[in-house]
Design a protein around this ligand. Structure first.
Ligand SMILES: [Zn+2]
Length: 224
């Protein structure tokens, strides 16, 4: 090593590749020891919890696994259940540059998907279910179908004289604060049912609204 190189190394010892390698090794060892310490402390806390419950030693391992699974929020396999609905509805996309600007109708297909862990409660009425399909139907009928089936849905920003003339030809008019596109209708429907699902402890996973057999909009919790 030249005297200049030795001077540089004395000022900054980690310029030497051997020293740098040793430092990296030390860091990796420290990370490894820390991760083992975290695992050990978790094991000890679980052990203490089980000791407090005075469980037989044979059951402790099983209970510890259960507690660990609960701590991670994985109590079982999550399953998605879907209920589908069909209804007819009219709408018009005022200002749109296509045929949907005029009043017309569609047969809409709506699917609602709830996700959860099937109930494990032998003897219970809902044993084996994430949620009873019949109960999803009740909510969707109450909040969406009863209001929108055979209705004419329009943007509320339309001129009053136009709204008044429509009132004379149809009794089931719904005005939305947005353009009643497939996407906006889907979001509106989602906002109508999601709070009810939450109240009931159901987790909404996704909703799909088909305007035609080949055109649909989809909302999914993982996208938001
Ligand atoms: Zn349309």
């Amino acid at each position: 090593m030249t005297s200049l190189a030795r001077q540089i190394e004395q000022r900054d010892p980690f310029r030497n590749p051997l020293n740098l390698m040793l430092l990296t090794k030390c860091k990796l060892t420290l990370i490894y020891i820390s991760s083992k310490f975290i695992l050990l402390s978790e094991w000890l806390s679980l052990y203490i919890i089980n000791r407090k419950q005075n469980s037989p030693i044979g059951d402790q391992v099983i209970q510890m696994k259960d507690i660990r699974r609960q701590m991670k929020g994985k109590e079982g396999n999550r399953v998605r259940v879907t209920k589908e609905f069909v209804f007819d509805m009219g709408h018009a996309l005022i200002g749109y540059d296509g045929p949907c600007k005029d009043i017309h109708g569609h047969t809409y297909h709506l699917s609602v998907t709830i996700i959860g862990i099937p109930l494990e409660q032998p003897g219970a009425a809902k044993d084996g279910m994430v949620v009873d399909f019949g109960l999803i139907k009740e909510v969707v009928h109450d909040k969406i179908i009863s209001q929108f089936d055979h209705a004419l849905v329009l943007n509320q920003s339309l001129p009053d004289e136009f709204k008044n003339s429509l009132g004379a030809v149809t009794g089931k008019l719904v005005y939305l604060p947005v353009q009643p596109s497939c996407e906006n209708l889907l979001l509106h429907f989602k906002n109508l049912v999601e709070p009810v699902f939450k109240e009931k402890g159901w987790e909404l996973f996704s909703m799909k609204l088909y305007e035609t057999p080949t055109s649909f909009a989809e909302w999914c919790v993982s996208d938001n």
